[in-house]
Write a protein that binds this ligand. Structure first.
Ligand code: ADP
Ligand code: MG
Length: 307
């Protein structure tokens, strides 16, 4: 089966749609940018054995490749519009491709996103690169650099579940690793409320660290306020905090917000639960507390080039 047959058979569902002049099939896709908006775009690559275990189902790999990119858009407060998919395959197994494409389209459909193009090549290592395109009203993107001292630090949901799932593949939490939920509605709702935001892909400590460095402030984290799955609550504190702070693949949002803005956010979005986990400070450090007492913890996130 040729590259063109693979594209036609598995990846050519979306041609024309609202906001899309031209999808899969030409040299490029053509997208209409809504008036008064800016285009927001990102790319993420998943390498087999590195970003997902080799036993991950084709469906989950496809789903996750899309989800992690929608999570990046969510972290900017952008509304996702479409994705592009570059795949390098060691083989052209039709059953695998069918499940993989189903995973891609399932995630696209769940979030109203179109697959508008890509690239298909052969390579010894299965590699999937998805780029995503979204829109945000002019100058309303939520960046990493907007936090000010004296603001609250908040989370959109539980942390550490995916990392627990990775080391306990038979547990319920394996699902959180394989099928992360990008916080798209949450990210959109935070426009005009959050002062800075990032999605957690490499662990809460490291990703919050990116906000603090970009915003030139510090933070105090209340470890006892971290929302955790029951499986983590049953662990010894040290072990639970290892998953919650240093584990990756959560794809929750961590953001800073003024406390009066959080009150207004609650009034406007009573359906969205915000977990307040700390506050920003003027000294450029990340300090952890447990029930009000300082608590030293070895903070390590995931760094591809780290030792
Ligand atoms: P070109 O040679 O101009 O790069 P290709 O043959 O690579 O064109 O791709 C033909 C069309 O199929 C393009 O519209 C491209 O975006 C789309 N395409 C290729 N691979 C994929 C894929 N894996 N998923 C979705 N669209 C794809
Ligand atoms: Mg090409």
């Amino acid at each position: 089966m040729s590259e063109f047959d693979i594209i036609k058979r598995h990846f050519a569902r979306h041609h024309h749609a609202p906001g899309l002049s031209l999808g899969v099939g030409d040299d490029c896709a053509v997208i209409d940018i809504p008036d008064g908006h800016q285009l927001v775009t990102c790319v993420d690559t998943l390498v087999a054995g590195r970003h997902f275990p080799l036993d991950t189902s084709a469906h989950a790999i496809g789903y996750k490749a899309v989800a992690v990119n929608l999570s990046d858009l969510a972290a900017m407060g952008a509304k996702p519009h479409s994705i592009m998919l570059a795949i390098s395959l060691p083989w052209a197994d039709q059953d695998w491709l069918e499940d993989f494409a189903a995973g891609i389209y399932d995630c696209c459909q769940k979030f109203g996103v179109l697959l508008i193009g890509g690239d298909t090549t052969k390579s010894p290592t299965l590699t999937i690169s998805v780029s995503a395109i979204g829109f945000v009203p002019h100058h309303q993107a939520i960046t990493r650099s907007g936090a000010k001292s004296g603001q609250l630090i908040c989370l959109s949901g539980q942390v550490g579940s995916a990392a627990f799932g990775l080391s306990h593949p038979d547990s319920r939490l394996r699902q959180d690793l394989d099928y992360p939920t990008p916080q798209v509605a949450f990210g959109l709702a935070l426009r005009g409320f959050a002062s800075s935001m990032i999605d957690i892909s490499d662990g809460l400590a490291q990703d919050l660290g990116h906000i603090l460095r970009a915003s030139q402030c510090g933070a105090v984290l209340d470890l006892d306020k971290l929302p955790l799955a029951d499986e983590l609550c049953d662990l010894e504190l040290r072990q639970a905090m290892h998953y919650a702070l240093s584990g990756g693949d959560d794809y929750q949002l961590v953001f800073s917000i003024d406390s009066d803005k959080l009150d207004k956010f609650h009034q406007k979005h009573p359906d969205l639960t915000v977990y307040v986990i700390g506050r920003t400070t003027t000294d450029k450090q990340l300090i952890c507390q447990y029930r009000g007492e300082p608590h030293h913890i070895n903070l390590k996130g995931f760094d591809h080039f780290g030792t």
